[in-house]
Design a protein around this ligand. Structure first.
Ligand code: SF4
Length: 555
């Protein structure tokens, strides 16, 4: 039977671009989901390259084991891929956290590494040197750093586990962190006090639950791009590059809207194309609004004319043209995936989603014209103010789409309000309510549109974490240690106060249970238990990747 070391060796030997470096200041870069997810994360790969590019600094990767519960039961340790050094021996352990439910994986990684999960429980010794002595309880404990897409919305539930968090775009913050760690030597209190005074650093022990503003990276550091290619990812052997960052639109549920870090920043097509290695045969264009890039056709043409496969993380229906879909087809697309987000035109207007029925119908026609298999549309159910009339309109329109495209699939996610958006504070509609709407829609569509809903139960947990504070983080630790099943989360969160409903649309009809009302009592998941497994999240959104997990960072 293959051991963990065998598996790691197999994966390493399939990688291209791995950095093997020994340096005075070593970071363990931990992804709290399994390898095949973490290696699809452009942010994770970017920080890996940035750290390894600094003199005197190295970064090695570690991941949540593929079978985390088995690893926990077996008391497996957590070691890095590059050197198999135990993660707990590194002076700095940095996590990339993309999605609320990864908090369970983060706690499991800390437990497996033998690092006290809660920041105050960690030893007082500083982060500047090598591993500690033989006495485990008195050894130097690593500085635990957390960053990643979660910091764009609500990093507070991760606060109890972090010594420091990097808020937002981390390309320059990570360099500042390295300098501060070096300067601080053994003085961890001094280090944290210094970082807490700098923009972009959230030190929960100092700031409490008041989160500082997110940082923006210098435009000169764009575009982010892959360091390591491997066939063992969700995006097999795909070289990822970010031709734009941010979005100039204003959808009210999205943290990547135009008010975030100055909106959309563009990278010229020539620069994008120049960074793609000759041997990369598959290229993924990653960003919140890639199809809004005015040079998209030039980039696509440059890729398909050199016989590369392409993927785009976000196809905006109102930008799809015959030329773009033709290029995507040449680049290997077999289906078209875009988003409508609101169930009806009325809701789309309310949430400032500009997509109209005519854009979606055009996408359906282009799917047929270019011989693609199907059109997939992502949308949310349970937006504030949504009624069954909206669901009926969605059903009527779904049937119309099904006549225009060879096949239609709806990917449906329950709406989860995120911090740092205009819809922050809107309630979760309720598990039973969302399930009832799904059943209504399924009946009305008569099997002519395939529905692929994500679990309302897990969306409820995501909501509690997305809107929660430190107490939600403690509940995540409890749930992870109990096994991480839905029932474990429900029990753990049952002691945590529900977040207050603060959004005006939500407060408009208190206590009625109708859409837009305060959260119904049973929305806390009471009486529910199920076998749903925690699906690992992904940072980037490529058509083949479950989009539910990237809702907060754009579509
Ligand atoms: S949902 Fe998409 S289009 Fe809307 S603001 Fe976010 S990234 Fe932009």
């Amino acid at each position: 039977m293959a051991t963990i070391s065998d598996l790691v060796q197999q994966r390493l030997s399939a990688e291209r671009g791995t950095v093997f470096k020994q340096a005075e200041l070593a970071f363990a870069l931990v992804y709290p989901s399994p390898y095949h997810v973490g290696m699809s994360s452009l942010g994770y790969q970017t920080i890996y390259r940035a750290l390894n590019g600094l003199a005197g600094v190295s970064a090695e990767r570690a991941f949540l084991p593929d079978d985390a519960e088995k690893a926990r039961a077996a008391g497996e340790g957590l070691a890095t891929y590059e050197s198999r050094r135990p993660v707990g021996d590194f002076p700095v352990v940095a996590f990339s956290l993309a999605y609320e439910l990864e908090l369970g994986g983060l706690v499991t990684c800390l437990d497996l590494a033998g690092i006290p999960a809660l920041a105050p429980e960690r030893a007082l010794r500083g982060p500047g040197g090598g591993p500690g002595g033989g006495n485990h309880r008195r050894r130097r404990q690593p500085l635990v750093v957390i960053g990643g897409p979660i910091t764009f919305s609500n990093p507070v539930p991760a606060g109890p586990f972090a010594d420091v968090m990097l808020m937002g775009e981390a390309e320059q913050l990570i360099v500042t962190l390295v300098e501060a760690v070096r300067d601080a030597g053994e003085d961890r209190d001094g280090l944290l006090a210094r970082l807490a005074a700098l923009p972009g650093f959230y030190v929960p022990a100092v700031h409490g639950e008041r989160v500082p503003a997110i940082a923006a990276a210098d435009n000169a550091s764009l575009p982010a791009h892959s360091q390591i290619l491997t066939p063992h990812t969700e995006l097999s052997d795909m070289f990822l590059i970010e031709p734009e960052r941010g979005c100039h639109r204003g959808c009210t549920y999205c943290v990547m809207r135009r008010s975030t870090n100055g909106g959309m920043r563009l990278v010229p097509p020539a620069r994008v194309l120049s960074l793609i290695p000759a041997q990369a045969r598959r290229v993924g264009l990653v960003g919140a609004a890639v199809t809004d890039h005015p040079g998209l056709v030039t980039i696509l043409r440059g890729l398909v004319d050199t016989d590369r496969e392409v993927g785009i993380s976000s196809l905006r229906a109102d930008r799809l043209t015959d030329e773009i879909v033709g290029l995507l087809k040449r680049g290997g697309y077999r289906s078209l995936t875009t988003a409508s987000d609101g169930a009806s035109e009325r809701l789309r207007t309310l949430i400032e989603r500009k997509t109209k029925e005519r854009h979606l119908l055009r996408a359906a026609e282009l799917t047929r014209t270019h011989g693609l298999h199907h059109l997939k549309l992502y949308m949310m159910l349970g937006l504030p103010g949504e009624t069954l009339d909206d669901i009926d309109e969605l059903a009527r329109f779904g049937l119309e789409l099904a006549r225009a495209a060879p096949r239609v699939v709806f990917g449906i996610a329950p709406f989860v309000a995120k911090r740092n958006t205009p819809l922050d504070g809107a309630p979760f509609e309720g598990i039973a309510e969302v399930e009832a709407k799904l059943s209504h829609l399924r009946r009305a569509l008569k099997g002519r549109v395939e529905l692929r809903p994500t679990s309302p139960k897990w969306a409820w947990i995501e909501y509690r974490l997305a809107q929660g504070g430190f107490a939600a983080g403690h509940a995540a630790a409890q749930a992870a240690r109990a096994g991480g099943r839905f029932g474990d989360w429900r029990r753990a969160l049952s002691d945590v106060d529900l977040p207050p409903v603060t959004h005006p649309a939500a407060a408009a009809a208190p206590g009625t249970g109708a859409p837009g009302a305060a959260e119904p009592a049973h929305a806390d998941g009471a009486g529910l238990a199920g076998p749903d497994q925690l699906r690992p999240p992904a940072l980037v959104q490529i058509p083949s990747v479950d989009r539910r997990r990237t809702r907060a960072i754009g579509s």
